[in-house]
Design a protein around this ligand. Structure first.
Ligand SMILES: Cc1ncc(COP(=O)(O)O)c(C=O)c1O
Length: 376
């Protein structure tokens, strides 16, 4: 039966409802401890998440954006340095590069995975390039091995933006653990969400971990003494406590997302004018988003038509970052990123999406595409 209230782009119930008692107990523990910032809960979460990811150090911070900024800062990236990154992503990584005083350099993306390619990175390297910042968009990386190889050959640092890819495998390892620094967001809509803002930086390098811990707490050496311009980016205990409750469930949720994505792919195969998401070799996609491409310049019309049937969908992202006013350069043309911004549409997806809801999305999408007569 059709859901008369409509279908939202996402539903966070699975992260809360079955775990409500455990979350309440965790919050209560924090209240009783009277330790609200950093402290035992944060340290315990850092150990547990580092063990989960198979990485030496995990440093809890206020957000994925702060993890990116502090990661770049800890690697010594600053004014005069260039960092190669994706023009087709959420804005945070570019903000982080600019906050450090460095210059983002945009390289074009692969049209299937929406991520940087080894060739595009290689072509963007100059004498000032210090780092590459690939974004594992929608829950997978592209040819990360190739990018790591280019970085190694040119002695570039690698900061992975795995904010949308917590728990996604690349080969035998988790995304975020392959570069010098990996960063995650626990914004509530993420595959592993907190109950507010939270983020994480991971690294296998002792010096980077020490530096990140120092920077997140105002670069304080001891009370009242500071030796750098740092950040107030200490993870809240209540967020760490909630994340400890949810962490053991994330692999199951990711599996369930993958199963939903497979059902979409099976049922949307033959719709003309629609390109379905592809999983790149070596990746185990966790479908933070199930993102299709809509041809014929009719993406916005399709989105509106579906909304007319109360089905939500989201455009991640409508403006390629090199076309934002702060970074605009009339001579820079990145055709794949520009085309993606005009064509992508993320469909509703969450781990416990039921059959009737999925059927409603599929049938509505099919009917709307038929009405719009998209070119095959
Ligand atoms: C790809 C990507 N990078 C970075 C971030 C920033 O994370 P946060 O919102 O926790 O600062 C996000 C969050 O939406 C993201 O999707």
């Amino acid at each position: 039966m059709a859901n008369p209230a409509g279908i939202p782009p996402t539903d966070l119930g699975h992260q809360t409802e079955p775990l409500r008692e455990a979350l309440r107990e965790a919050i209560d523990r924090v209240l009783l401890s009277k330790q609200f910032v950093l402290g035992e809960e944060v340290t315990a979460f850092e150990h547990e998440v580092a063990a989960f990811l198979g990485v030496a150090h995990a440093v809890g911070v206020n957000s994925g954006t702060d993890a990116l900024t502090i990661g770049l800062h800890a690697l010594g990236i600053g004014p005069g340095d260039e960092v190669i990154t994706s023009p087709f992503s959420f804005y945070a990584a570019v903000e982080a590069i600019s906050r450090c005083g460095a210059t983002p350099v945009f390289a074009d993306i692969d049209p299937h995975t929406f991520t940087l390619t080894p060739d595009s990175v290689r072509e963007a390297i100059t004498a000032r390039t210090r780092a590459v910042l690939p974004v594992h968009l929608y829950g997978q990386a592209g040819e990360l091995d190739g990018i790591l190889d280019v970085a190694a050959r040119h002695q570039l640092k690698v900061v992975e933006d795995a904010c949308q890819a917590f728990g996604a495998h690349y080969g035998e390892r988790y995304l975020g653990t392959l570069g010098d620094v990996g960063t995650y967001s626990f914004y509530p809509t993420k595959n592993l969400g907190a109950i507010g803002d939270a983020g994480l930086l991971v690294t296998n390098r002792n010096d980077i971990a020490d530096s990140a811990r120092h920077l997140r707490n105002h670069a304080q050496t001891r009370r009242g003494y500071h030796d750098d311009i740092g950040y107030n980016s200490r993870l809240d205990s209540i967020q760490a406590a909630a994340l400890r409750v949810r962490l053991p469930h994330v692999s199951g949720w990711n599996e369930a997302r993958r199963a939903c994505a497979a059902r979409y792919t099976e049922r949307l195969q033959d719709i003309p004018g629609i390109t379905l998401p592809a999983t790149a070799p070596g990746n185990r996609h966790i479908f933070h988003q199930y993102t299709i491409r809509v041809g014929g310049g009719q993406r916005d019309q399709l989105q509106q038509a579906m909304l007319g049937h109360n089905i939500g969908s989201v455009v991640y992202y409508p403006v390629p970052l090199h076309q934002l006013p702060m970074y605009y350069n009339a001579t820079l043309i990145l055709p794949e990123a520009e085309a993606a911004a005009e064509e992508v549409l993320s469909l509703p997806l969450w781990p416990d999406m039921d059959e009737a809801t999925m059927e409603q999305v599929v049938n509505t999408l099919r009917a709307c595409v038929h009405k719009l007569k998209l070119p095959a």
